[in-house]
Ligand binder design. Structure first.
Ligand code: PLP
Length: 292
């Protein structure tokens, strides 16, 4: 497996050019089909510390379709560090493609009950001072610092950076790195999770930056979808050639398109949308639902 950072491009969204704003997409999805873009960045400083501490094993939490789980598995394989994933819920009779892939990268899977998962209880067999815990979704200062490096090398006079928000780690990293006068707009993929604002705030190095989380485009909640969203994703692909995932980036593109139409962004705004990857998650949809 190889990650190809040279593949990252900034694609102008000419399909939206009739509108009064300019928009482009930062294609982190092109780094690798499975190791989705933002996860790689969020993990980098955790991995660095785990190596410096010479930890025996990395452990982390996630669900059966988690991009974070599969990205952590792949990253640990590349760095030659043993890794265990603590997975929400009973072990299913057949593993999801995500978990199969994670196992293929050498991750040990430990299934725990939803209650234990809610409490983030680490199974006894994994409790050791020599193990290194990466928080679920990479949430934390190190995750945000890694996410900030997403914009390294991105040159362009953007007025707005738009991203999907799960834990808020990526968004916090972006806020920490943008300049005064630039705004970060996040679209929450969870339903009514207003704690996200506080979570993002807790990772900020400077409280004077401008940012906003939009809570209106969750389509029913985390990993929920509606025909309208899937139709939009297919149309968006036809028009732009850019594939999206239904958990994060599909909701982001839908939201920004809608917000542009509603006049949310002032005329002349220059938007950079972060395509944070996640395409592997589409494998949970029925075949043929998406045209890409
Ligand atoms: C995990 C993920 C996100 C959310 O990132 P957070 O830092 O948790 O907010 C967004 N997009 C994709 C594709 C992801 O896999």
């Amino acid at each position: 497996m190889q990650l190809v950072f040279d593949n990252i491009s900034i694609d102008p969204l000419t399909v939206w050019s009739r509108k009064a704003v300019e928009a482009s997409v930062l294609r982190l999805d092109k780094i690798h089909p499975v190791v989705s873009g933002n996860k790689w960045f969020k993990l980098r400083y955790y991995l660095k510390e785990a190596k410096e501490l010479r930890c025996k094993k990395i452990i982390t939490f996630g669900g059966a379709w988690s991009n974070h789980i599969v990205a952590t598995a792949a990253a640990c394989k590349m760095n030659d560090i043993p890794v265990a994933g603590i997975i929400r819920g009973e072990k299913p009779t057949s593993l999801s493609p995500t978990l199969k892939q994670a196992e293929g990268y050498g991750m040990e899977l430990h299934f725990i009950s939803r209650d234990d998962y809610g409490e983030k209880r680490i199974p006894l067999s994994l409790q050791s001072d020599e193990n290194y815990l990466i928080p679920e979704g990479g949430f934390g200062q190190k995750g945000a610092a890694g996410a900030a490096s997403i914009l390294d090398g991105v040159i362009g006079n953007y007025t707005h950076y738009c991203c999907a928000v799960g834990t808020g780690t990526m968004m916090a990293g972006l806020i920490n790195t943008v300049s005064a006068g630039q705004q970060v707009i996040g679209t929450a993929v969870l339903k009514n999770n207003y704690a996200l604002n506080e979570n993002v705030r807790s990772l900020l190095s400077n409280q004077s930056k401008e940012w906003q989380i939009i809570h209106d485009y969750h389509f029913g909640g985390y990993a929920k979808h509606k025909p309208e969203l899937l139709r939009f994703m297919n149309e968006f692909y036809e028009q732009s050639g850019i594939p999206s995932d239904f958990v994060y980036t599909g909701k982001l593109f839908y939201a920004v398109n809608d917000l542009i139409t509603a006049g949310f962004f002032a005329q002349g705004s220059r938007l950079l949308l972060i395509h944070s990857g996640g395409l592997q998650g589409n494998s949970s949809l029925e075949k043929g639902t998406l045209i890409f």
